[in-house]
Design a protein around this ligand. Structure first.
Ligand code: ZN
Length: 162
């Protein structure tokens, strides 16, 4: 194997849960009494995926590309940001081999929404749903995530040279 054919990237994100915000995770609006706080729509899973993709090609991270001081990104749909990042990946000559992720949330239940998240990500990333893994974990009621004050996400991605 030519080692330049494959590259791997890791991404992590966390947002606080606050009242009067929509809860959007993986591009899917989830009914809940709170939502994630952020300059954009605060889609924690999509942000972790964006950083994993950028990391795989050693590009500047999400905060550098889409600064939260820029009014342009206020309330931004993170799926649109993901589309931009995926086009950067393709411009470098790469496609995605597989994507593995974790959503860490004490509440609400993620499981019922995972098929819709996979469908949404599959369409944007030109990746079959069988090559997308989204796992839901809790924090066993420990720390800020366990106390339902925040939600975390992790992502790891493999890209390959076309
Ligand atoms: Zn974020």
């Amino acid at each position: 194997m030519n080692k330049t054919n494959f590259r791997t990237g890791i991404g992590y994100d966390l947002h606080r849960l606050e009242e009067n915000r929509d809860l959007i995770i993986g591009g899917v609006k989830i009914p809940y009494e709170k939502g994630l706080l952020g300059h954009s729509d605060a889609d924690v899973l999509v942000h972790a995926i964006i950083d994993a993709l950028l990391g795989s090609l050693a590009l500047p991270d999400i905060g550098t590309l889409f600064p939260d001081t820029d009014e342009k990104y206020k309330g931004a749909n993170s799926i649109e940001l993901l589309k931009k990042v995926f086009s950067m990946v393709k411009a470098k000559g790469y496609l995605i081999g597989n994507l593995d992720t974790n959503i860490i949330a004490q509440a609400p239940k993620m499981m019922p929404h995972i098929p819709d998240m996979k469908k949404t990500l599959s369409a944007v990333l030109e990746l079959a749903t069988e090559d997308i893994s989204i796992k839901a974990k809790t924090k066993e009621h420990l720390d800020a995530v366990g106390e339902k004050r925040a939600i975390e996400a992790q992502a790891i991605v493999t890209v390959y040279k076309v």
